[in-house]
Design a protein around this ligand. Structure first.
Ligand SMILES: Cc1ncc(COP(=O)(O)O)c(C=O)c1O
Ligand SMILES: Nc1c(O)cccc1C(=O)C[C@H](N)C(=O)O
Length: 411
């Protein structure tokens, strides 16, 4: 056994209580490093999806809304996700896509700060975040300023009472850098502004501490680390003290206090239900609920410890194997999400060469090899094997093959 292999075996033994691999169906021969984009299928998710289709939909038919409590699922699943992101009950609901929830959150937050003119967001955010912030600001007649996250606290202080909202991601989707959620939140609160966090690349992989960190609003994906499946609905958090003022710009019947009263007038529910709009994608929502059972019996701190151990070992293995590509991801644990990104001028082809070897990661413009480490189903042995494959791809210049350079639609 090599030094790295024996180190991996020792770490796998040390972290055995957080290994949930058997709860997932990872194809043989695959090392899956893309759970930060589309989480893997779990056994529970597969079984529940089949049950929802054949028994609930097939046999219960419309009665399932009551008999299987389809109606209460958005809030029920919201509370389960809330427990993973540090939100007490009644503040999270699962509904719509992240883009739509972000729109609702930005408009509602801006309306809570009337008379203030400016919204801040990071120009390097996942593009939908910038597009949505821009369209919300255009609609409301507000100014959108694009300010990188490290510069945000200083700009927030300069803007003072003209700032309505800062909308930032906890973890950068490209570099995997983790930002200081409580510090940025405090900076905004110091000038009386609100903060909305995008948790797409942190929820389910690390503690977020929404209540404790003072966050006002947050959104996040259900299909990444939470493994809800392709197109799983997203979640939105509204801090309890803001619920009464949360004015949903997409007033739909499912956010109504009495949806079956069929009134022409919109009377929002007093609870987080007011963040609902229309009918949830039940097949996906209930599949997501089942996927979350993989977290049963685990604290999010334990998940984070496993995640840091995996990413830390990967970086250590790259060093040991002499892979000298620049790291886009910080080496310090406290600044690292659950991914490791490396820069290479032929990053796209490097990723394709890795995929051909069974190591599935992804490419992000312009030069990023992005590898996500879903803590629940990856082992330290996987991590060392992935690093060895990467070293072999680089050593053999496999990325120079034409077949690996041809771009597909989804990268
Ligand atoms: C940070 C971030 N925000 C938003 C999204 C978009 O989510 P959706 O397609 O659910 O709107 C993604 C991923 O697609 C993302 O990575
Ligand atoms: N949502 C996706 C999709 O529908 C197709 C392909 C990828 C995605 C993603 O989630 C991308 C992801 N947000 C990212 O960080 O790049």
């Amino acid at each position: 056994m090599t030094d790295l292999a024996s180190r991996a075996a020792a770490l796998d033994a040390e972290h055995s209580s957080t290994d949930r691999r058997s709860a997932f169906r990872i194809p043989d021969g695959v090392i899956y490093l893309d759970g930060n984009s589309l989480g893997a299928l779990s056994v529970a998710a597969a079984e529940t999806a089949a049950d929802v289709v054949s028994r609930q939909w097939g046999e219960q038919l419309i009665r399932a809304w009551n008999e299987s409590d389809w109606w209460g699922a958005p809030e029920r699943v919201g509370d389960r996700i809330g427990s993973l992101v540090g939100a007490g009950p009644g503040q999270v609901v699962v509904t719509d896509s992240t883009s739509v929830n972000l729109f609702k959150a930005i408009v509602a937050a801006s309306r809570m700060r009337p008379g203030r003119s400016t919204v801040l967001t990071d120009p390097d955010s996942f593009p939908t975040d910038v597009y949505i912030a821009r369209s919300a600001c255009e609609l409301l007649g507000l100014t959108l300023e694009l300010v990188p996250t490290p510069e945000a606290p200083a700009r927030i202080a300069e803007l003072g009472e003209s700032l309505a909202l800062a909308a930032y991601s906890q973890v950068d989707y490209r570099t995997g850098e983790q930002w200081d959620l409580p510090a940025l939140t405090r900076a905004a609160h110091d000038v009386g502004a609100l903060v909305c966090w995008d948790l797409c690349h942190s929820a389910g992989a690390m503690p977020v501490g929404l209540d404790e960190g003072g966050a006002d609003l947050a959104v996040g994906c259900g299909y990444k680390y939470l493994s809800g499946g392709p197109g799983a609905p997203s979640f939105i958090y509204v801090r309890r003290e803001h619920l009464a003022a949360f004015d949903n710009p997409l007033a739909g019947w499912q956010g109504h206090a009495d949806p079956f009263g069929m009134s022409t007038d919109y009377d929002p529910a007093a609870t987080i239900t007011r963040a609902r709009v229309g009918t949830a994608p039940l097949l996906s929502l209930l599949t997501l609920e089942a996927a979350l059972t993989a977290y049963d019996g685990l604290s999010i701190e334990e998940v984070r410890a496993r995640s840091l151990s995996l990413t830390g070992l990967f970086i250590e293995a790259l060093d040991a194997l002499g892979v000298d590509l620049p790291l886009a991801t910080p080496r310090e644990d406290a600044r690292r999400g659950s991914q490791v990104s490396l820069r290479h001028p032929e990053a796209y082809a490097v990723v394709q060469a890795l995929i051909a070897r069974g190591v599935i990661g992804d490419f992000r413009e312009a030069d990023i090899v992005r590898l996500g480490f879903s803590p629940l189903y990856l082992s330290h042995a996987d991590v060392v094997a992935a690093a060895e494959h990467l070293a072999a791809v680089l050593e053999g210049r496999e990325y120079e093959r034409d077949e690996f350079r041809a771009r597909s639609t989804v990268t």
